[in-house]
Design a protein around this ligand. Structure first.
Ligand SMILES: Cc1ncc(COP(=O)(O)O)c(C=O)c1O
Length: 394
């Protein structure tokens, strides 16, 4: 997910404009900043690119999730349905607000299965966080309908799928709030950064307030601003916003290149009858950061992943991954928080030692993904194709 592969004069020029003024803070200093508002500009352009009513840029994807949960009123003891296949940050954000993650099954879209979500909704369910994993979409339209019917808030973790869409509508705009990450390995990067988007003016107000110690951001004197809520500091700096702004303007070109590179990779894997590809509810909306496919059983998936690596073809076997699949989240199983977790005060306290997700296990144990790189030249792609068909043929 490689925005960093194409840093250039555009990023340098945007950062230079900020350094020129010396104003690295996104709020205030109106005279000194010479009308340069990089965070604001990013928010305007990102909301417009996505077709969202409002955007707030913040310090990370993890803080975007924390902001969205807060702005949706999720808190102590609420249940939040999440997938067992995601980066651990999704779960951490739920724990951080004192809510209880409840794991629902994923399917061959590698994202939450709407039936799996329905199975887990109880009277304690406050929200669902659907995660659009590995560059592409969940069946988020069906999940949104389900959430509306059941009166449950829907938050989209779109950290890994910026620029992707379903039926022409941007991912991140189906739920009540959408969250994005612009960390160093995402499709576009700020260095570190994140964003929330929403069509709801009230949730937007709460978002920028919560992310800046409760400041209401009314008027031009921070010292006398009111504080409608207690908040925290999830602010982004103007330097990070400036990098992100240049990257955002490259997003469409990045996705076009990724799609072409992915097409070439997919051709190579399609030569094997054993390989079936991840189900994409809308192939035309794929951001193509990953090619993901399944083997007929766990044994053959392990074997192929190891042979690909030996042949110099980088790939991920998520089932064994420490960060992205529940099987290796021993710290969650033991609820290892630095201080006492608010969850220990619940009666009964949730127990994560024996979470069963057999349908997810059956998919993830057979799944392999390859990250698509922007910097591949035609000769790199030809070499990859040769290596892949060599491994599959042998
Ligand atoms: C699905 C998902 N959610 C959230 C995050 C957290 O983003 P950040 O690293 O910007 O905090 C990531 C980052 O890898 C992610 O992949």
């Amino acid at each position: 997910m490689p925005g960093f592969e194409i840093f250039g004069d555009e990023e340098r020029a945007e950062v230079g404009e900020v350094l020129d003024t010396g104003v690295l803070f996104r709020y205030g200093f109106d005279a000194a900043r010479k009308d340069r508002w990089k965070a604001r500009e990013f928010e305007r352009e990102f909301a417009s690119r996505l077709g969202a009513g409002h955007c707030h840029l913040c310090s990370s994807g993890t803080s975007a999730l924390a902001i969205a949960l807060a702005a949706c009123g999720v808190g102590a003891g609420d249940e939040v349905i999440v997938p067992p296949f995601t980066f651990i940050a999704t779960v951490e954000a739920v724990l951080q607000c004192g809510a209880v993650p409840v794991f629902a099954e994923v399917d061959d879209t590698l994202c939450l299965d709407p039936t799996g979500v329905a199975e887990k909704i109880t009277e304690r369910t406050r929200a669902v966080i659907v995660v659009h994993m590995c560059g592409a979409m969940a069946q988020v339209d069906a999940i949104a309908t389900l959430c509306n019917e059941r009166g449950v808030t829907l938050i989209e973790d779109t950290a890994q799928a910026v620029g992707a869409s379903l039926g022409g509508k941007s991912l991140g705009t189906f739920g009540h709030m959408g969250c994005f990450s612009f960390d160093p390995v995402k499709t576009i990067t700020c260095g570190e950064g994140g964003a929330v988007v929403t069509d709801d003016a009230g949730r937007y107000e709460l978002s920028h307030q919560y992310a800046d110690h409760g400041h209401d951001h009314i008027g031009s004197d921070r010292g006398v601003e009111d504080h409608p809520v207690l908040g925290t500091n999830y602010r982004i700096s103007e330097l990070h916003a400036a990098v992100g702004l240049a990257q955002l303007r490259k997003l469409d070109a990045i996705i076009a290149t990724q799609r072409e590179h992915k097409r070439v990779l997919q051709e190579a894997f399609a030569s094997s009858a054993d390989v079936s590809f991840r189900r994409l509810p809308d192939p035309a909306g794929d951001s193509a950061t990953f090619l993901s496919f399944m083997m007929p059983d766990e044994g053959r998936a392990r074997e192929l992943a190891s042979e690909l690596k030996s042949a110099g073809v980088g790939c991920f076997y998520w089932y064994d991954n420490n960060w992205h699949y529940i099987r290796r989240w021993h710290h969650l199983a033991e609820l290892k928080t630095p201080g006492r977790s608010p969850l220990t005060l619940l009666d009964p306290a949730p127990d994560f030692r024996d979470v069963q997700v057999p349908r997810s296990d059956a998919v993830l144990s057979r799944t392999i993904s390859m990250a698509v790189q922007l910097s591949w030249e035609p000769r790199d792609l030809e070499a990859l194709q040769r290596k892949i068909t060599g491994v599959l043929g042998g």
